[in-house]
Design a protein around this ligand. Structure first.
Ligand SMILES: Cc1ncc(COP(=O)(O)O)c(C=O)c1O
Length: 374
């Protein structure tokens, strides 16, 4: 089994700590520990025994997570090390070599890489930019007619920040049901909506749905490395069997902090914080873009701390990202890393003042490329 290089993860990991402005992130600026735990609760946290935990998640944490999903109980939950492990375990359990997997594009390419590594076939279906990054259910229906084991969806989407309408969701569920396929839905950006309230989860309508999620994006707590799977109990059991081979349990400190973050009032405050960062930053971004003489156009994102503008310059996106990094010390993620050249992903999660400065650097870099060429 060989894993293809995960270009975006490697790009971020190699460079994000070496640039002046990191616009490569897809989540909001992370919280500090002292912002999460008030002074009067620190002594108790310090007394946490640094032990292994129940490996599928403690009952308390599983119940806290289950409360987010109507009709779910702790038996429907597997706690994982980030949603990245949730995706890994879900696909490890569901896929056999030779299976056909319909894979939403553009996308965070983890599950595509896993599909390849597990010897299955990944067949793309596309969110379309001219249709505001919505999908064509007829296209999916045609692909389903040739047989499909699994449909992989990221909703809200990374990198484009789109959200499928309830009609499109139902349409996809019907196609999955007709084909007898599983649906794996990565919902890690749910809760980071640019307008309105938190959208409902995909959980609860189509039984063969496996939802993956975690605290890294909408909650601003990526360093906790807490994620989860929501699925039928038999799926949870078999993903748990896989997890015994990868991470055993999450850390005892993360477990305590995750329970805290999921208390209803704390959760509401965390999601509110996220929105209070991304909503004004999107406004800043949109008006900045207007002053760029048409170099960029962008379908407004609906959720996630990300925008995915198209650039109207004659340069490959990875080359452009390299130049912005070297000449302006700004990290962005090139569209190439999502399988879509001609675009790049910008994080909307930085503090506003820093975000404005970073955008000034990007604007200068883009103008230079326009005037001097690649
Ligand atoms: C769609 C998606 N899923 C999963 C992950 C992994 O997140 P984590 O493991 O931090 O929860 C990311 C990270 O960028 C992502 O964009």
């Amino acid at each position: 089994m060989k894993f293809p290089r995960f270009e975006m993860e490697r790009w971020q990991s190699e460079w994000e700590h070496h640039v002046r402005f990191n616009l490569g992130e897809s989540g909001v600026h992370p919280l500090r520990l002292d912002e999460v735990v008030p002074a009067e609760e620190r002594d108790a946290l310090f007394k946490t025994e640094l032990a292994y935990l129940q490996t599928d998640g403690t009952s308390e944490l599983k119940e806290s997570i289950a409360r987010l999903y109507p009709g779910a109980t702790a038996d429907n939950i597997l706690v994982t090390t980030g949603s990245i492990e949730a995706n890994f375990q879900a696909l490890l359990h569901l896929l056999e070599p030779g299976d056909r997997v319909l894979f939403m594009r553009p996308n965070f390419l983890q599950m595509q890489g896993l599909t390849q590594a597990f010897g299955a076939h990944s067949i793309p279906f596309y969110l379309k930019e001219p249709a505001d990054w919505t999908l064509d259910l007829n296209e999916v229906s045609d692909l389903c007619s040739k047989g499909v084991k699994l449909i992989v969806v990221t909703d809200p989407n990374n990198p484009v920040g789109s959200v499928l309408s309830l009609e499109q969701r139902r349409g996809l569920e019907e196609l999955a049901a007709r084909a007898g396929a599983w649906l794996v839905v990565d919902e890690v950006y749910l809760g980071a909506e640019l307008e309105g309230d938190t959208l409902p989860s995909w959980w609860g309508t189509y039984p063969k749905t496996v939802v993956t999620c975690g605290l890294s994006k909408a909650y601003g707590l990526p360093g906790l490395r807490v994620g989860w799977i929501v699925a039928l109990p038999e799926i949870v059991q078999s993903c748990w069997a896989g997890k015994d081979y990868t991470s055993i349990s999450i850390s005892a400190l993360s477990e305590k902090l995750a329970i805290r973050a999921l208390q209803p009032d704390k959760r509401a405050a965390l999601l509110e914080r996220t929105r209070s960062i991304i909503r004004p930053n999107w406004e800043i971004f949109a008006s900045w873009m207007e002053d760029l003489d048409g170099i960029l156009t962008c379908v407004p994102p609906k959720a996630g701390a990300i925008a995915f503008p198209r650039y109207h310059l004659d340069i490959n996106s990875s080359q452009m990202a390299q130049r912005l990094m070297k000449e302006k010390s700004v990290l962005i993620c090139p569209g190439d890393q999502f399988g879509l050249d001609g675009f790049f992903r910008v994080g909307l999660g930085n503090p506003a003042a820093e975000f404005r400065q970073a955008l000034e650097e990007v604007a200068a870099g883009l103008r230079l490329i326009r005037d001097q060429g690649a």
